[in-house]
Design a protein around this ligand. Structure first.
Ligand SMILES: Nc1ncnc2c1ncn2[C@@H]1O[C@H](COP(=O)(O)OP(=O)(O)OP(=O)(O)O)[C@@H](O)[C@H]1O
Ligand SMILES: [Mg+2]
Length: 268
């Protein structure tokens, strides 16, 4: 496959809810195999953009192509099925069904296919749980009996249930302490390599963003104002970008020559 292939291609996308304009002119390509991180203020329309990519929300204008197909009236149902089988989602809210056990949560997308026997499903669920380092002793538990980090991992196992090639992660590390968050990031990196995934992620966590992103797209003013590598994006002159990255300098940026000189000048 060519490196420049867009798994998702968005052109001139407009989204409205009633009179509220969420996206005015969104243009974006998600390349195969990359981890693309979407950032933007709260309410800027990141989750809605993911839902547009998944075909769960209807564009008011413009086009969203996924796997090379644009959704239209003729292919709506077949494309919906196609998207469902080839994508996995870790939703921002309601990561798991609270009335179902860990096992049943992960089994759900498999059962909905109506093609797999229960014994195959059992085997597959155990493989998925193992992938996210959840022991089989937890399979019969209800979500309320799990820690926050475990819930995220089980939700990830469910997102991986149908062996997706495209994975959507909406705030995957929100609510996790730094150590758990780091563990989750390691897990994603390992799975990405192993499963050849393309990932679209939303996060406001700088550490998660810096460890995972190949590229970053910034949603502001109802558009993607810039998309590129961390190095390219953090220099973009926009108030949201400046305020988002203002803490980054303390984290990674090497000191430049003048700062180093300054540091070594003995104070009197
Ligand atoms: N189904 C809906 N009906 C009406 N308005 C909606 C709907 N879904 C989202 N919105 C509105 O669209 C805007 C964008 O919402 P969205 O959830 O996409 O933001 P977000 O960037 O994901 O924010 P956050 O960072 O807080 O998760 C918000 O003003 C929200 O109220
Ligand atoms: Mg959101």
């Amino acid at each position: 496959m060519a490196q420049s292939e867009c798994v998702i291609e968005i052109n001139g996308l407009q989204t409205r809810f009633g009179n509220q304009v969420i996206h005015r002119d969104v243009n974006l390509c998600v390349y195969r195999g990359e981890i693309l991180t979407l950032i933007g203020g709260s309410g800027s329309g990141k989750t809605t953009l993911m839902r547009q990519m998944l075909g769960l929300e209807q564009p008011y204008g413009g086009t969203v192509r996924i796997f090379g197909e644009t959704r239209n009236n003729a292919n709506r149902n077949s494309l919906k099925k196609n998207i469902r089988g080839r994508t996995g989602v870790l939703f921002q809210q309601g990561a798991l069904f609270s009335a179902l056990t860990v096992f049943d949560n992960v089994a759900l997308p498999m059962r909905e296919l109506h093609t797999l026997t229960e014994s195959i499903i059992r085997e597959l669920v155990m493989i998925k749980l193992k992938m996210v380092a959840i022991g089989s002793e937890h399979a019969g538990k209800m979500p309320s009996a799990l820690s926050g980090g475990m819930i995220k991992r089980v939700a990830l196992a469910r997102a991986l249930a149908l062996d997706p090639e495209l994975l959507f992660l909406d705030e995957p590390t929100a609510g996790l302490d730094p150590e758990l968050s780091e563990g989750f990031v390691e897990l994603i990196l390992g799975l990405r390599k192993e499963l050849n995934l393309t990932i679209v992620m939303v996060t406001h966590d700088l550490d998660t963003l810096m460890s995972l992103s190949d590229r970053i797209a910034v949603l502001a003013d109802q558009r993607v104002i810039t998309a590129g590598t961390l190095d390219q994006v953090y220099r973009f002159p926009h108030p949201f970008v400046v305020s988002f990255f203002k803490n980054m300098q303390h984290k990674t940026r090497p000191m430049n020559h003048w700062e180093q000189t300054w540091k070594t000048v003995p104070t009197r």
